[in-house]
Design a protein around this ligand. Sequence first.
Ligand SMILES: Cc1cc2nc3c(=O)[nH]c(=O)nc-3n(C[C@H](O)[C@H](O)[C@H](O)COP(=O)(O)O)c2cc1C
Length: 363
Amino acid sequence: MALTDCLAVQIARLFEPETAHRLALGAIERGFFGAPPQSDDPALATRVFGLEFANPIGIAAGFDKNAEAVDGSLGLGGGFVEVGGVTPMPQAGNPRPRLFRLRADQAVINRMGFNNAGVAMVRERLRRFRGDGRWRTGIVAANLAKNRDSRDAAADYAEGAAALAPLVDLLVVNVSSPNTPGLRDLQGPDALIAILARVDAAITQSNTSQRPALLVKVAPDLTPADIADIAQVVMTTESTGRRIVAGLVIANTTLERPTSLTSPERNEAGGLSGRPLFELSTRVLGDFYRATGGRLPLVGVGGVASGADAYTKIRAGASLVQLYTALVYQGPGLLRTIKRELAALLRRDGFEAVSNAVGANHG
Ligand SMILES: Cc1cc2nc3c(=O)[nH]c(=O)nc-3n(C[C@H](O)[C@H](O)[C@H](O)COP(=O)(O)O)c2cc1C
């Protein structure tokens, strides 16, 4: 770990987790951890969803819920960032404390409950960012959510899509956060089909010249039958041959509490992320790769903390990889470390391009 990262992690430890995150995000936006733009190893460049990624490593949703630090986050060296989850109306989320470090387990439990500034504010920030002419080579995704008290979930997702479609490259329909009652039920086929149809129509109506790719983010806590159902919905094509869904993000936080957890905070309510999520989320990623016949690009997320972890996700079927929790423990220089390690692993195994390693474990 670089000295600045080590210091940053040590200082952050002194603060209550949410305050630490706020401070870190502010520092990132001020470019504190940014390095002069460097070109990535050519082996890491990859084309997914029709977009050119300089590298396949991204920052996951929840890190920058309100698009406050898009430029700074891209400056950390990832190939893309996902802002949000964003809901149509601003909302406060659950009462604090709602974010817990499980230090001994290299994990976090959160029950934030979609605290965010609302889609109008996020749209304004993204518009400013776009207009600044500072757009780096990275790619921006937005994570769409519903307001806690909304009666019409599909309308909420459609509203978010309509507002943000002209400003982002990817839209992620998040039906998998565990802290909004009933949200995960929207992964069921009927609800999911209805939401996707509304969101697709909203993107069309937004009349954007660059149509963003539509992704669905799923939970890791799914039965084989759930996985088969979701795979069938997302692989469905219209009569024109067009598929509404371009890919899946696998996975959100888990409600499981592995017996290996030792931190005193392990029984806090909420979603668990970080190291203990790695195995489960990678297994579900592989299940989806098989269920979709390797024909749908997948974004692997959950417990990635090293180049070897990213490589494992890629071999299990991920075209792109994201992370969040490991940044808390290893600091923002981690993205550069992961890229270096991943490039070395690809070279070791004779892969000239990262895309050649996608799904390699499935033979
Ligand atoms: C504090 C916190 C907030 C999060 N908020 C969101 C969110 O708003 N939307 C979402 O889809 N995922 C959210 N996530 C889940 C992450 O995007 C990611 O799927 C999960 O943390 C697993 O990755 P990790 O182990 O690298 O952290 C959040 C995670 C954390 C820790």
